[in-house]
Ligand binder design. Structure first.
Ligand code: ATP
Length: 264
């Protein structure tokens, strides 16, 4: 479904601030793979998601989605293949528009736009059914402005908007990190449900090691622009927070890094 071939990205090349964010990273995801991505600050995790989304153009390497090269395909053109949720609950939705208007925009990114204004009753019913999956009662607030929703509700809506069109790739960039623990747990559970229901091919960055262990069928650990540890299948299922920290300490050569850089 997704192939990254020797992706290389350097920032500020030739200056004192030079940073190799991705150092010949290769990764292949099959349909339905759910990969949790962990690593210390500055390891290259967000850059990895940004090159897949087309927000950052790699210096070298190739990205293929469903065997189609993404070379020259810009971020807005990739939106029909990719759903994305950011850390900031404010980032994924338009606050001055209503819940159904936000859903309609997400829907039109993938499906043909209709010339009819507003939301048809058939489409409204579909939106209501989708909102019911969240279990937050938002299906009864279709015409409420999104700016009035709580952070957790907004993030749930962002997650729904990123997934209900069944994108080929779902990118989750620390999407529970800005929420209080109970809301974070709600969004974590919803993520599991929506990804499993849609069999979505997913990459999820998290600093929460328990979440990285609990979710997904694969895990990658990044450090200094490289994938330094990978687990899948039974090995992934057998991982614990303790064993991950042990893996991390094996690759950790920089004494300034502590386990806290991986943990919330
Ligand atoms: N636009 C940019 N300009 C210059 N340097 C950048 C830019 N984006 C990222 N970097 C640098 O590239 C490296 C990788 O950054 P990236 O944001 O991918 O790390 P990360 O693993 O997501 O970190 P964190 O967990 O702190 O969010 C870092 O050293 C960062 O400072």
């Amino acid at each position: 479904m997704l192939q990254l071939k020797e992706i290389y990205k350097v920032f500020n090349e030739g200056s004192v601030d030079e940073k190799i964010a991705l150092n010949q990273v290769s990764l292949a995801l099959n349909e339905g793979d759910f990969v949790t991505v962990i690593g210390s600050n500055g390891a290259g995790k967000s850059t990895l998601l940004n090159v897949i989304a087309g927000r950052i153009v790699p210096d070298e390497g190739e990205i293929l989605i469903k065997k189609k090269s993404m070379h020259g395909v810009r971020e807005h053109q990739r939106a029909k293949y990719i759903g994305r949720v950011f850390q900031d609950p404010m980032a994924g939705t338009a606050p001055t528009l209503t819940i159904e208007e936000n859903l309609a925009i997400a829907y039109s990114r993938v499906h043909k736009r209709t010339l009819k204004p507003g939301v048809s009753s058939k489409r409204r019913l579909f939106f209501k059914e989708q909102l019911e999956l969240l279990g937050l009662g938002l299906e009864n607030r279709l015409t409420a402005k999104v700016g009035l929703l709580s952070g957790g509700e907004r993030q749930a809506l962002s997650l729904l908007m990123a997934t209900f069109t069944k994108p080929d790739i779902l990118l989750l960039d620390e999407h529970t990190a800005a929420l209080d623990p109970s809301r974070a747990e709600l969004i974590t559970n919803l993520t599991k449900k929506l990804v499993e229901n849609g069999n979505l091919t997913t990459l999820m960055i998290t600093h929460n090691m328990q979440q990285a262990v609990d979710l997904g069928n694969r895990l990658i650990m990044m450090d200094k622009g490289n994938i330094v540890f990978e687990a899948e299948g039974e090995e992934k299922q057998g991982l614990t927070v303790k064993s991950l920290l042990e893996e991390f300490s094996k690759i950790k050569t920089d004494s300034s890094l502590s386990d806290k850089t991986l943990l919330i």
